[in-house]
Design a protein around this ligand. Structure first.
Ligand code: EPS
Length: 390
């Protein structure tokens, strides 16, 4: 079973990720892991922190001579900013006078609910773990899941559909337009259409000027997925449920949509469901004239591209803060402000790619099994033959 955990505070010494269940013999390309981490750090509207960090995946275990050995993999990502926080956020007792308290909770952040739950008088430790910095650790292990999927002919990428009120008009972005977005060496807002991307940039500029923040929508696409991942047989094994939970678990995601899920609710069935033909596709002879289902029917991948959208609320740290209450005095004050991003939609898309890849890798390993890549691939090829001959 594929399992993963992360640990680490935003301004602590490092982030750590653990991944177990990857078969032996998967080739690990360090450069690919680091490129994925770099992609997550990019985007117009990122704050000053990204000028400090240069994330790289330091693999501590589970990989030797460039391949996985079937043992748990652990990855360490150094926080370069730690040197500026060693005194204010020490592991030892330190000097309490140097502690940087978060004195008034930010609406929309975990500050208040977290302080109440963990019984802290202010929100420093809450911010530290609730921060989206944690998603870097997921991207590191997600990259390993992507390498595994790649061996099965599955690729996972994302693009940005909207930032604030700037949105793609043609929302059906084909795979061959998404691939070049991920290959860019300069990342603005990861939109496949350059004109819309400029409008998105204006949305971020507007937020920057007014001390505000802006959210948006990203779409993750999984290409080459065979039919048969996930199942309707049990509620917690449905692929759509697993993907929704995985993407929703990312910081600031407030809604997840599969295919045209939202519009489908107000459309007639005849305009929603994807008619079936038989024209020969990658895995089987069956084909669809549309993919409104986003590649999943009955909780099972149906062989079409899987399309999952994440709806991101605007960042909750505002330079022009909203009303809040001082933790100590209970007097009305403005919410705390600490250096932050203004827009993170492209970065969240990359983190969501990792979550989708980890979910698909888990389902693929559950279906095909195997302790070594040879065994996994043999099982996979046998299944592919079966559905080809269906
Ligand atoms: C974040 C606040 C900012 C972001 C951070 C998420 O960090 P800082 O407070 O250090 O300026 O940059 O995101 C990352 C560090 C990252 O790697 O994505 C928050 O409060 O959620």
């Amino acid at each position: 079973m594929l399992r993963y955990y992360t640990a680490g505070e935003s301004h602590g010494e490092a982030l750590v990720a653990f991944l177990s269940g990857i078969p032996a013999g998967l080739k690990i390309e360090q450069a690919f892991l680091d490129r994925e981490l770099w992609r997550r750090q990019q985007g117009y509207g990122r704050g000053g922190r990204m000028k400090i960090e240069r994330d790289t995946a330091h693999i501590l275990s589970g990989v030797h001579h460039g391949v996985t050995i079937g043992s748990p993999i652990s990855v360490l990502l150094e926080n370069k900013d730690w040197k500026n926080w060693q005194d204010s956020l020490p592991v030892g007792e330190g000097d309490p006078a140097k502690h940087k308290a978060v004195k008034s909770p930010r609406p929309g952040h975990a500050d208040l609910a977290g302080a109440l739950k963990y019984n802290f008088p202010e929100a420093r430790y809450i911010l530290e773990r609730a921060s989206a910095r944690e998603s870097a650790a997921r991207v590191a292990v997600g990259a390993i899941a992507k390498l595994l999927l790649c061996e099965l002919g599955i690729q996972v990428l994302s693009h940005v559909v909207s930032v604030g009120s700037a949105s793609l008009t043609d929302v059906d972005v084909p795979w061959d337009k998404i691939v070049p977005v991920s290959q860019r060496d300069e990342i603005l807002l990861s939109c496949a259409d350059p004109e819309t991307e400029q409008k998105m940039k204006e949305e971020v500029d507007k937020a920057l000027r007014s001390g505000d923040s802006v959210g948006g929508i990203f779409e993750v696409v999984a290409h080459g997925v065979p039919p048969g991942l996930g199942t309707y047989a049990q509620w917690d094994e449905r692929l759509d449920g697993l993907l929704a939970g995985a993407v929703m678990s990312l910081q600031a995601v407030k809604a997840v949509e599969i295919g045209i899920g939202v519009a489908a609710a107000s459309s007639p069935g005849s305009a929603v469901h994807d008619e079936i033909g038989y024209e020969g596709r990658a895995h089987t002879g069956f084909s669809r004239r549309s993919n409104h289902a986003g590649g999943i029917e009955g909780g099972i991948s149906n062989g079409e591209e899987i399309r999952v959208r994440g709806y991101l609320k605007p960042i909750s740290t505002l330079r022009r803060p909203l009303q809040s209450v001082d933790f100590a005095t209970r007097e009305p004050v403005k919410a705390a402000y600490e250096r932050s991003d203004v827009c993170v939609v492209p970065a969240a898309g990359v983190a969501a790619e990792a979550m989708v890849a980890l979910t698909l890798a888990r389902c693929a390993l559950e279906k095909f099994g195997g302790d070594s890549m040879g065994e996994l691939l043999r099982n996979y090829q046998g299944y592919c033959q079966q559905i080809k001959n269906f």
